[in-house]
Ligand binder design. Sequence first.
Ligand SMILES: NC(=O)c1ccc[n+]([C@@H]2O[C@H](COP(=O)([O-])OP(=O)(O)OC[C@H]3O[C@@H](n4cnc5c(N)ncnc54)[C@H](OP(=O)(O)O)[C@@H]3O)[C@@H](O)[C@H]2O)c1
Length: 326
Amino acid sequence: MPSVLVFGATGFLGAPLIRAIVDAHPDWKVTAYTRGSQHPEELKHDLGVDRVEVGDFTEFEKIKALCKEHDIAVNAGNSFTDSPISAIVAGLRARPSESKGKLLHISGAGNFLDMGVTGAFNPESKVWDDESEDDIKLVNDKMFNGPSDVVALEAGRDGSVETYVVCTPVTYGGAAIRSKSIGIGYALITGNAKPLGYVPYVGDGSAVLSTAQLMDVVPFMLKVLELAASGPAQGSVYSRWYNVETQRVTWKELATELARVMYEKGIFESPEPKSVPLEEAGQGEVKYLVAGNMLMKTNRSAKMGFKATHPSILVQIHEDLRDVAL
Ligand SMILES: NC(=O)c1ccc[n+]([C@@H]2O[C@H](COP(=O)([O-])OP(=O)(O)OC[C@H]3O[C@@H](n4cnc5c(N)ncnc54)[C@H](OP(=O)(O)O)[C@@H]3O)[C@@H](O)[C@H]2O)c1
């Protein structure tokens, strides 16, 4: 039975994934890696894992040694920088060749933003297809999740690690499972709006954002993990990249619902979002998230059984953010 080490174990995606693993495979040995905001024994009990390891993503040697010990590592902790992925890959590469290390890396569809600046839907924008290995080969370190993804993909390409990637867009739906974290997607969008004093969209707000419901994503991550555990990886690493999506929404639709939420919570005085030029849509690269289009296809994941069955973010955002301090 495989041993599985999960980074981001207490997080929005990591915690429900662990619960799904433990439920489906009580015989797998699961280790949770955490900075330890919760007492390790309590967390062990909460998640139902065999072991808890306390540490930071910057502790290279510690992560490397742990990954060397485990059959499968899951990076559900950080996909924006090369930590902890470099240490994870170093540890998996150090495993004996007869039991090659396996990696499930969670990436983000921020990679696929068209960097549009008008806020309008662009029918000419590239639609990133998980069935096209040529598309996945274009993933590079200039993309949102690129610095982490290229390390994971390179280890799969050179054959030293059996890499699998699940690429999720803005993920929502935590209220249904009483998630402690709202997740990075919501955190980016609400954290961008708050200092502006309004919820922005750019131009006519017809630009589209891809979104996925947590409970559509988690069973699929488990499925990919089961595939990884079932035997040697097949095909090239670029054929082991899976996009997931529940629904595309326009920025105007999303901004309208988020503005209502922030008004009801007493954060903003107006329940209406605001159409602004790019420069007033937020800080740094987040403004391109607001102004651009995020377009992808999910044919490969659909063939693997991915099915979106949960309600839209436009409905769930109210419940998801109701009891959360923003
Ligand atoms: N949520 C989304 O919309 C979304 C979309 C696309 C991709 N992703 C990717 O999916 C992954 C998980 O995202 P999420 O939304 O689940 O994030 P999250 O809720 O913020 O969880 C992040 C987890 O990482 C741990 N962590 C953070 N910094 C750490 C550090 N320096 N050292 C050790 N542990 C650390 C945190 O645990 P402790 O504080 O307990 O240590 C937490 O459990 C990320 O790579 C993210 O980029 C998320």
